[in-house]
Design a protein around this ligand. Structure first.
Ligand code: NAP
Length: 262
């Protein structure tokens, strides 16, 4: 299938590692002009070199912290300059700290809001004029399976991902007239650094091995394993493509069947 992404300008944030990087790779494979943003320059350079080696496509990098408004503006500007406008935005950020309700004060709630919800709002606000100028756009917000089923011990994430899901649905209605399609892709357990870190912390707090923690998670996944980032990237690239002409306002779980909700 032709995903109609050849020459399209795509910005992905939090894309030097994990799910963001895997998604960037899939867009580059389709011939898109890819810009990736995150905080650590060396990681960005490594990711760009990896994607360029795999696809032959040049990747633009921009050092940006999505919690900072000026960095968000810088990131969008970089994509607009390198791609001649902006056709696709993939919003992503690092995960907030794990913990339950009693663990967090106002400052922690505000930081997580800035990282996981306000960043998405700002990125979209900054991108819309460029998409409207082109008469079309695709926005994919990366969230978590917690939008369907809260995850114990991740209350900050559970709360703000639900906000992103509500924002996605609301915007899909508001932006339909602009031919801008908005969706969210929600990972279950995809093997990345973040998941390895969470598993290691859980193992330490329970006094069990990491292998035990992984086995407990895998027991909840009908497909019987963690996903790999490439499997996630393939879902993102379709929803963010111009082959997608009629799916908007949806939340697609990439979770091996883990969430049992209808
Ligand atoms: N993997 C899963 O199965 C899973 C499941 C549910 C939810 N999620 C969520 O999906 C997101 C991505 O997860 P991942 O597994 O891909 O994590 P990861 O492998 O740890 O990668 C995180 C990426 O985000 C960047 N980043 C972190 N904070 C940032 C900031 N303030 N501004 C810009 N970039 C930032 C990191 O680069 P720098 O540190 O250099 O900025 C890195 O490129 C996270 O929010 C995570 O909680 C993942």
């Amino acid at each position: 299938m032709d995903l109609a992404l050849q020459g399209k300008s795509v910005l992905l944030t939090a894309a030097s590692k994990g799910l963001g990087k895997a998604s960037a790779l899939e867009f580059a494979r389709e011939g898109a002009i890819v810009t990736i943003a995150s905080r650590d320059l060396a990681e960005l350079q490594r990711a760009a070199a990896e994607i360029e080696a795999a696809t032959g496509q040049k990747v633009t990098i921009i050092q940006a912290d999505v919690t900072k408004e000026t960095d968000v503006q810088k990131a969008v500007q970089a994509a607009v300059e390198s791609g001649g406008g902006l056709d696709v935005l993939v919003t992503n950020a690092g995960g907030p700290p794990g913990g339950g309700f009693d663990n967090f004060d106002d400052q922690a709630w505000i930081r997580a809001f800035e990282l996981n919800l306000l960043s998405v709002i700002r990125l979209i606000r900054e991108s819309l004029p460029h998409m409207r100028a082109k008469g079309a756009g695709r926005i994919v917000n990366l969230t978590s399976s917690s939008i369907k089923q809260p995850i114990q011990g991740l209350i900050l994430s559970n709360t703000y991902r639900a906000g992103v899901n509500a924002l996605t649905k609301s915007l899909s209605i508001e932006l339909a007239a602009d031919n801008i399609l908005v969706n969210t892709v929600a990972p279950g357990r995809i093997a990345t650094d973040r998941v390895a870190e969470l598993d290691a912390k859980k193992a330490q707090s329970k006094g069990v091995s990491v292998a035990d923690v992984q086995a407990e998670s895998i027991a909840q996944i009908p497909l019987g394993r963690y996903g790999v980032p490439e499997e996630f990237g393939k879902a993102v690239v379709f929803l963010g493509s111009y082959a997608n002409t009629y799916i908007t306002g949806q939340a697609l779980l990439v979770d091996g069947g883990m969430v049992k909700a209808l």
